[in-house]
Design a protein around this ligand. Structure first.
Ligand SMILES: Cc1ncc(COP(=O)(O)O)c(C=O)c1O
Length: 443
């Protein structure tokens, strides 16, 4: 089919209709983007370490690990070689009738790292959450004590498939689907920052509310341990999370830890649950799982949960799966990524100390407020922003200026943050901060 024919069929010629495509590719439909009001994207042709190489311009430092996935750096040779080797041995296999060495090895390693014995594979962060939710909900039926209530936190983001979407904060992104989403009980998220002196009061309020909601039999409580990502890099104290866990466990409700963002060293420990002192019943993983090379999701489950799905009755079965479940290439990438993390844990454990002096300096800027840092993630709010939330334009202006000076960031409304790959050099990190400082001056 010719290009002209295809365009005629779809009536999609940029020239012939009156929609302004703004210079965007006529065949692509980008995620999370209104192309009518957004400049066209850059064209990436190569990635190496912390750098993204683009057509006709100098490279950019990837300040946010390409949506928080690129853990060790772009095109990491060790992981690339592991995938290449695996591709020549076994590229894909149906995981219902077969298992394979890479999946077995990965499951054993994750089990020993998380303390959760069972590994269920899926495709991405949303499915890893979706699976956790379905397992939790069905578990109560399998043990003949069905419970309906699900509790999540205000500001949460757990993904874009229906179940995951329903768990997240209701907002502009999911408004068209409001009537199709199931009810979720929501508890405040008492986020904190440097110099915050009222956090305890907010924590107490949230805990009281949680306690009241838990009087209704609850199937599961889901949270993003330590930091809500898409909700604005909103940090809570470990102590608060421990209190949450105590309340949840008293009622028997299952605790789901969504570590899609926070897993694999992002919060300064291999898993944020560990740093926070939590022992969840279910854990969702993705993003950094494969070092950011391949899409893959994993849901880890406690053995007591798995046991309730074992038996001869068909209705006890967890009837869920995906074509690419436990894809061997993804597993090989994940095993290689874990090798790197295990070989050099200080890289993620000490990252916070690399951010801290830069953020301390930046925090003196009059446009900076609510500074916060954990592990590899540093964030602050643009002071004086009257509209808060994703649509606040102030972050976008800072982004454009930073991009024109060689640093790629993607603020969440008025929240500016850095979440770089572990391989970023001191000079590159310094450049990220000095560029943000410059952008704040110019914005
Ligand atoms: C905490 C959390 N859970 C789930 C998801 C969804 O992951 P994915 O985009 O891979 O579906 C995200 C994505 O940002 C996330 O941050």
């Amino acid at each position: 089919m010719t290009k002209q024919h295809l365009e005629k069929m779809n009536n999609c010629s940029n020239e012939s209709d009156d929609i302004n495509y703004n210079g965007w590719d006529p065949y692509l439909w980008p995620p999370f983007t209104q192309i009518g009001s957004t400049p066209p994207p850059k064209r990436a042709v190569k990635g190496s370490g912390a750098l993204i190489y683009i057509d006709n311009s100098p490279p950019l430092i990837d300040g946010i690990s390409s949506w928080w996935v690129t853990l060790h750096g772009h095109s990491n040779e060790y992981i690339a070689n592991a995938i290449s080797k695996q591709a020549k041995e076994l590229e894909q296999i149906i995981f219902a009738d077969f298992t394979h060495p890479q999946a077995e090895k990965l499951a054993q390693r994750l089990s020993s790292h998380t303390g959760l014995k069972r590994t269920f594979f899926s495709d991405n962060g949303s499915t890893a959450v979706e699976v956790a939710l379905k397992i939790a909900y069905q578990w109560w039926q399998n043990i003949n004590e069905p419970r309906q209530q699900i509790i999540a936190f205000e500001g949460a983001y757990h993904g874009d498939t229906f179940g995951a979407m329903a768990l997240g904060e209701r907002n502009l992104f999911n408004a068209p689907f409001e009537e199709m989403m199931f009810a979720v009980t929501r508890v405040p998220w008492p986020s904190t920052w440097w110099g915050d002196d009222s956090v305890e009061k907010r924590e107490q309020k949230a805990l009281l509310q949680l306690e009241q909601y838990l009087e209704t039999p609850t199937a599961a409580v889901i949270l993003e341990p330590i930091i809500q990502g898409a909700g604005g890099m909103a940090l809570v104290r470990n102590k608060f999370l421990q209190e949450v866990e105590k309340l949840v466990k008293q009622t028997g409700a299952l605790l789901i830890s969504d570590e899609v963002l926070t897993g694999f060293g992002r919060c300064g420990a291999l898993f944020a649950s560990q740093r926070a002192g939590l022992q969840p019943d279910l854990m969702s993983l993705s993003k950094g799982l494969t070092g950011g090379f391949l899409p893959m999701g994993i849901t880890m489950a406690h053995e007591k949960i798995f046991k309730a799905f074992v038996g001869v009755e068909p209705d006890k079965t967890f009837w869920h799966g995906h074509s690419f479940t436990a894809n061997p290439l993804g597993c090989a990438a994940a095993n290689a990524s874990l090798d790197l993390l295990e070989q050099n844990p200080s890289q993620y454990k000490t990252f916070e100390n690399r951010h801290r002096p830069h953020l301390e300096k930046l925090s003196k800027h009059k446009k900076v407020s609510h500074s916060r840092v954990v592990g590899t993630i540093a964030a602050f709010d643009l002071a004086g922003s009257d509209v808060s939330g994703y649509l606040n334009p102030s972050g976008r202006i800072v982004k454009e200026i930073a991009m024109s000076h060689g640093v790629f960031i993607r603020p969440l409304g008025e929240v500016i943050y850095l979440l770089p790959p572990l391989c970023i050099s001191d000079e590159q990190l310094e450049q990220c901060y000095s560029t943000i400082n410059l952008a704040l001056e110019q914005a």
